[in-house]
Ligand binder design. Structure first.
Ligand code: AMP
Ligand code: ZN
Length: 465
């Protein structure tokens, strides 16, 4: 499997640190609001990464944190007249609701920043001891000039950073690029006891502390949105490698933005839709389908037309699944003929193409193409063959690969009420030998998107594909 490693800016073979195991850390949400579908892109993409490793037989430890303390958390809690903890509890619950609807598997661990204060303090102490951090009136800063590798992820040079950061320089810092590891408590803010007095952790140090707590000093993959590459991930490297002297994450993966009119969807621009907004109009699985229509590093433009297309594709996928289930009962249970064996190997070709696309830096756009080649095969050749084991094989393979994108989650449909009613009327018409009425009812059922067929066992109905 090849992964584009943001550290070296090229695709590299993925070699796990420990055979058969993979440790992944993904920067999670700040829990002060519902998450928007830009955030959802990141959660879905890396959920698919994790699912794909599981599909390949790896034992995955997937860690996604909750940032439950920062300026935004404090501001929102004050605005609502509740504590930061109450605010976090509320939006963590909402996170789980949306994540579940979107088919995002819970991480192995979802650590909270505020539950790792001792680990954070230890890390800051180590950095001070190593001469990589300094105190100014109860605030602790990272001394970026003291860490020679600073800038290695983002490719920024210290001189450029200094020049870029001239505006609004904090007088207390030695260097404009220096960032807070620990912030002194201000009136009305929550605080924790520390060797430097009451205060709270900075954002970057949380992720260093939590990733190393659950995955070790060196681990396989660190993920996040492209906006986190600098400074957040650059700072995580400086903190972690500075403190331990060992390499931190071996692969860095960054997803591209979800855009609206070619602008990043974000809370601050106000151009965002929450998952809640969209699920009033579309099925949550449509959102998943839409997200996977592009490779994760490409920008992806959000529009209702794109969502409708995703919806139509998903209908086609379900249609093929339902069709095969419908056919199955009447097929013969016998050995495959040569021609059927040839079709069976075309099923294998689709699966192989799916895996090859996923192995190529998680190219879900191409993988979906291979999945829909299988859908096409099911709707055409496989539907025309009469051996049960061939249909069963295609169905099993379809379900197997759909585990990776996390699609086909719904059970075969019950008939919608209006369709069921017409089907019942048609049964009556047929027993009355009213053939004209029966044909008219078949058309009415077709107009609702269902196909009715007469078999020796009576009528059978399925979704039109
Ligand atoms: P936040 O809660 O803003 O810190 O974001 C949580 C995660 O979502 C981060 O990894 C961000 O990089 C990612 N993210 C935020 N906005 C977008 C967007 N428009 N497209 C893709 N990822 C995003
Ligand atoms: Zn992070």
């Amino acid at each position: 499997m090849k992964i584009f490693n943001s550290m070296n800016r090229r695709k590299e073979d993925f070699v796990p640190l420990r055979e058969g195991k993979v440790g992944i850390y993904a920067c999670g949400p700040t829990v002060y609001n519902y998450f928007h579908i830009g955030n959802a892109r990141m959660f879905i993409v890396f959920d698919v990464l994790r699912r794909y490793f599981e599909y390949k037989g790896y034992e995955v430890t997937y860690v996604q944190n909750f940032t439950d303390i920062d300026d935004k958390m404090i501001a929102r809690a004050n605005q609502e007249g509740i504590t930061v903890r109450q605010l976090a509890d509320r939006f963590v619950k909402e996170y789980y609701k949306d994540a579940q609807a979107l088919g995002i598997h819970p991480a192995t661990v979802h650590p909270y920043a505020t539950e790792h204060i001792p680990q954070i303090i230890r890390l800051v102490e180590t950095l001070i001891l190593k001469g990589l951090a300094y105190e100014v009136n109860g605030d602790i800063y990272y001394d970026t000039a003291a860490f020679p590798d600073y800038g290695k992820l983002s490719g920024q040079k210290m001189d450029d950073l200094d020049a870029g950061a001239r505006v609004g320089v904090d007088e207390d810092k030695k260097n404009p690029a220096d960032f807070a590891l620990w912030k002194k408590q201000k009136p009305g803010e929550p605080g924790w006891d520390s060797p430097w007095g009451m205060g709270r952790p900075g954002w970057h140090i949380e992720c260093s502390a939590m990733s190393m707590e659950y995955l070790g000093e060196t681990f396989d993959i660190h993920c996040g949105g492209q906006d986190l590459l600098f400074p957040h991930h650059e700072n995580e490297i400086a903190q972690s490698e500075g403190a331990t002297g060992h390499p931190f994450a071996r692969y860095w993966m960054h997803n591209g933005f979800l855009n609206v009119d070619n602008q990043k969807m974000s809370k601050s621009l106000g151009n965002f839709f929450t998952v809640r907004d969209i699920t009033r109009e579309f099925d949550a699985e449509d959102i998943r389908m839409f997200m996977l229509s592009a490779q994760y590093r490409s920008p992806l433009n959000f529009s209702r037309e794109q969502m409708q297309q995703a919806h139509a594709s998903l209908q086609r996928l379900y249609g093929a699944r339902d069709k095969i289930l419908f056919l199955m009962e009447d097929l013969e249970d016998r050995a495959l003929w040569d021609e059927e064996n040839a079709v069976k190997s075309r099923v294998d070709d689709c699966v192989a193409a799916f895996e090859a696309a996923m192995d190529d830096d998680l190219n879900t756009a191409e993988a979906m193409g291979a999945l829909f080649d299988l859908v096409y095969l099911i709707n055409t050749e496989i539907s025309e063959k009469s051996a049960q084991s061939l249909a069963q094989y295609a169905l099993t393979q379809l379900h197997k690969i759909c585990e990776v994108p996390g699609l086909l989650l719904k059970k075969p449909d019950e008939l919608p009420g209006d369709v069921a009613e017409l089907v019942e009327k048609r049964a009556q018409a047929r027993s009355d030998k009213n053939w004209q009425g029966s044909d008219a009812l078949r058309d009415a059922i077709a107009a609702l998107g269902y196909l009715v067929e007469d078999t020796p066992k009576g009528q059978k109905v399925r979704r039109l594909t």
